[in-house]
Design a protein around this ligand. Structure first.
Ligand SMILES: NC(=O)c1ccc[n+]([C@@H]2O[C@H](COP(=O)([O-])OP(=O)(O)OC[C@H]3O[C@@H](n4cnc5c(N)ncnc54)[C@H](OP(=O)(O)O)[C@@H]3O)[C@@H](O)[C@H]2O)c1
Length: 291
């Protein structure tokens, strides 16, 4: 149900991971919903958001004065923060500001297996962030998403489209996947849902379950999977991402998938994508064709 009161969307410029915020801005504007887009820099991406019709505000999610200004006059917001250091600073500032401004719904991006004993430090941070959002009493909804197609695509591109080098073990290792756009579609659906309260504050999001073999087959064009050792992966990843937080997270994440192999209770396509996003999940094949 569109309203003239803007919905605040963070991460609105979109980055290297899933550009979820950028997709949410577009989807909301397409529905006639007013949007306030928070960006970190007033650059060409910000200009593109203005052109689409969003009100653009510039700020750092870790800085409470910026966040307090951004939430003024809004009742609903989308929160996302990339895989890098500072998630808990940003979540703390956002939860405090949203509580002070009396927000009724904050839809935030988390990870599929967020838990206090989850296998990667980032997933454990996501669980802490979820708790902070819950304590704030701001109608928080946690989008617990599987691996973004964009995450694999970044590695395919890094391998020149010829090889996908990851420490995932055999070709039948399974990955729970989703497109950043589908995460955004669910976010936009929940942000425009007229019901004042979301029936479940945790929404699991997986759009497709594929083996590593199926991933390379989907890309085709001779793409080869190279099962690199964890040590080699760390070395390559350090150079590729240049961010110790990313390396520490992905290092453990790929190890988890390798150890799990092909069966886990979370490995299923979730009905939530169609229910809140309004259509069946996109496939990796569609994503690759649309790049
Ligand atoms: N990648 C995966 O496979 C995966 C899977 C499941 C869940 N997730 C979760 O998805 C989230 C990231 O997804 P995403 O699509 O939003 O990432 P993204 O495409 O990298 O976008 C991140 C956005 O946040 C902005 N930003 C970064 N630091 C900021 C700051 N301090 N203040 C204000 N804005 C800031 C970036 O702006 P600039 O570009 O200008 O810095 C960018 O626009 C993470 O929480 C991650 O754990 C990821």
């Amino acid at each position: 149900m569109p309203s003239n009161e803007p919905v605040l969307v963070t991460g609105a410029a979109g980055g290297q991971q899933g550009s979820t915020g950028r997709h949410v801005v577009r989807l909301l504007l397409e529905q006639g919903q007013a949007v306030r887009a928070l960006v970190r820099s007033d650059d060409a991406r910000a200009a593109a958001l203005r052109k689409l019709g969003a009100e653009v505000v510039v700020g750092d999610l870790r800085e409470i004065t910026d966040v307090l200004a951004a939430v003024r006059g809004v009742r609903r917001a989308f929160f996302t923060y990339p895989v890098t250091g500072g998630l808990l600073d940003a979540a703390g500032a956002f939860a405090a500001a949203a509580r002070r401004a009396g927000l009724e719904r904050v839809v935030e991006v988390s990870q599929l297996a967020a838990a206090p004993d989850a296998g990667t430090p980032r997933m454990r941070q996501h669980w802490v962030a979820e708790e902070v959002f819950d304590w704030a009493g701001i109608g928080a909804v946690h989008l617990r998403a599987g691996v973004f197609f964009e995450n694999l695509d970044f590695l395919v591109r890094a391998g020149g489209g010829r090889e996908l080098a990851m420490p995932l073990g055999p070709l039948d290792t399974v990955l729970p996947l989703i497109s950043g756009e589908d995460v955004a579609r669910v976010g936009a659906g929940l942000l425009t849902d007229p019901l004042p309260k979301c029936p479940d504050p945790v929404v699991l999001l997986t759009g497709q379950i594929l083996t590593v073999g199926e991933v390379v087959e989907t890309y085709g064009r001779g793409l080869k999977y190279v099962d690199v050792s964890p040590e080699e992966w760390r070395e390559r990843a350090t150079e590729l991402y240049g961010d110790t937080h990313v390396v520490a997270h992905l290092d453990k994440l790929w190890e988890l998938f390798r150890l799990i192999g092909s069966h886990h209770e979370l490995y299923e396509v979730t009905p939530s994508i169609e229910r809140f996003g309004g259509r069946a999940p996109g496939t990796l094949r569609e994503f690759v064709r649309g790049r």
